[in-house]
Write a new protein. Structure first.
Length: 258
């Protein structure tokens, strides 16, 4: 009889020791342990070596680090009826471990699906030009929508980045032609501004030469000399009377005074 009692006591002691051993849990610094007692939330355990009663309690670990999830490429039609393919990345972090477990089944999938729907709604309400030039503002608008919806899940959406915007091939050709036309327009404006500046300088030079006695004639002779640098060739010019009058004025300036 005593041997049977000792045996039962030893068996119970082994069972108790086994329960104690399997009840220990290690929670990392970046985790929280949500404890359910008989299926009901009881408390959240902090990082470290923690123990639960394994027969009635269950602990679910939740990672509190920033997590990324991809939004696969979506075919969206913009407000001006241009089909574009867009993909993005969502950065989010669990702020309340118990809400993330109790209020949503799979918070990672839920965040991805909600961000995907918000992206389609926002892109569908804007035109192509703002989409290409205001990518950061559009991503911020999507972030606000998703962040507001995920507050009750204990999730904080830290950032959303739009990665690629894929345009149809014909739209790419049109945009390339538009960019080329814009570059040509700028080149024409620059050339016109240069010619206008040069014409102002020429007008000022002509005014100075005309006000100087014989200046215009000397300039004409210099131009003739540059036109025919080869002395073996003869070029005949029909010069206006003003040139001869200018030469006459130069000669009078150099004439010795009596």
């Amino acid at each position: 009889m005593l041997g049977t009692i000792l045996t039962l006591f030893f068996v119970l002691l082994c069972i108790l020791a086994f329960i104690v051993l399997i009840g220990w849990r290690v929670i990392d610094q970046y985790e929280r342990g949500v404890v359910l007692t008989l299926g009901k939330y009881s408390h959240t355990k902090m990082p470290g070596l923690r123990w639960i009663f394994p027969l009635t309690q269950r602990m679910i670990k939740v990672d509190l680090r920033i997590t990324t999830t991809d939004i696969p490429q979506q075919e969206v039609i913009t407000k001006d009826n241009v089909p574009v393919g867009i993909n993005a990345v969502v950065y989010f972090q669990v702020e309340s471990a118990e809400y993330a477990i109790l209020n949503i089944k799979d918070y990672t999938l839920a965040v991805s699906q909600y961000a995907q729907a918000a992206l389609r709604d926002v892109i569908g309400g804007i035109e192509l030009d703002p989409l290409l030039s205001e990518r950061e503002q559009i991503a911020e608008e999507i972030k606000k929508i998703v962040d507001e919806a995920t507050n009750s899940w204990g999730i904080n959406v830290t950032d959303i980045k739009i990665q690629d915007i894929e345009l149809p091939a014909d739209m790419k050709r049109i945009m390339a032609k538009q960019a080329e036309s814009e570059r040509e327009r700028r080149a024409v404006i620059i050339r016109a501004e240069g010619e206008y500046s040069a014409s102002e300088r020429l007008a000022q030079a002509a005014q100075i030469l005309s006000s100087t006695p014989g200046g215009l004639s000397m300039r004409t002779l210099q131009t003739i000399e540059k036109i025919n640098p080869d002395p073996s060739k003869t070029v005949i010019f029909a010069l206006p009377v003003e040139v001869f009058e200018g030469l006459k004025a130069i000669a009078q300036n150099f004439k010795p005074k009596e």
